[in-house]
Design a protein around this ligand. Structure first.
Ligand SMILES: [Zn+2]
Length: 249
């Protein structure tokens, strides 16, 4: 599924969901969109887009844990911050990719805050994270969220089956049956990650059936997306399910 590139672009995005590959692909398209010299960014054809594609654009910098380490350190972020105050080499903007952003330790995240908040206008930040819950609220709240649907069917068959029956139920639109199922789901006390994996799968199943249920399907998808985004910020499962049920009807 392709995510639409926002227009106008915000100065910072938190990219979550999907798999590492689809996050990386979206990061690349966004990077190209910031630097593109064509009319409809990212055009994919101009010099800047081609340089981004080949990884050769001098105004793109990537931060990841050092080869033998798990964490992105405060020194790495201080270096990024110093670099951000040097004007772009050839583009209009400078793009800082932090992937995986959830590898930043708290000191590194705090160091990032200031430049995220009041860095130069040309600086753009793309934070890709598998576990956005590891990021400080203060960092998350300064980024716009782009949440990707999951890449593939889960290897876990029971999850796929539960998702399929839940999708049927939500599309069926029986309010009482939906509410009962949500209560049962909440009582089963799923972990936040389990719940968001399940909801993401349901979303996938529903989008496959959009042709059969265009109106109801679109409503269910909006509700699921809102619930999934809520789960990123507020990991309480009761709150997420409550939100889902109010958006469904
Ligand atoms: Zn271009």
């Amino acid at each position: 599924m392709t995510v639409q590139i926002p227009n106008p672009l915000s100065h910072a995005y938190l990219i979550t969901g999907g798999g590492a590959d689809s996050r990386a692909a979206l990061v690349k398209r966004l990077t190209a969109a910031y630097l593109c010299q064509g009319e409809r960014p990212p055009c994919g054809r101009c010099r800047a887009c081609r340089k981004v594609e080949s990884g050769a654009h001098p105004d793109v910098s990537r931060t990841a844990p050092p080869p033998d380490k798990q964490e992105i350190t405060v020194d790495q972020i201080r270096a990024l911050r110093a670099d951000a105050y040097v004007r772009p080499n050839e583009g209009r903007r400078k793009v800082y990719v932090i992937d995986p952003a959830d590898a930043m330790n708290p000191a590194a995240q705090n160091a990032l805050l200031k430049v995220l908040e009041e860095g130069p206008a040309y600086a753009a930040f793309l934070l890709a994270a598998d576990r956005p819950g590891k990021l400080l609220d203060t960092v998350r709240s300064r980024c716009e969220l782009l949440s990707l649907p999951p890449d593939e069917d889960p290897p876990d068959r029971s999850l796929a089956e539960r998702a399929a029956s839940l999708a049927e139920l939500l599309l069926g639109g029986d309010e009482l049956a939906c509410a009962q199922t949500m209560v049962e789901l909440e009582l089963s006390k799923p972990k936040a990650e389990e719940l968001s994996a399940l909801l993401a799968q349901v979303e996938r199943q529903v989008s496959r059936q959009l042709a059969r249920h265009p109106q109801r399907g679109a409503q269910v998808l909006r509700a699921l997306k809102a619930a999934r985004e809520n789960a990123v910020y507020r990991p309480g499962t009761g709150h997420t399910l409550g939100l889902l049920i109010t958006r469904l009807f």
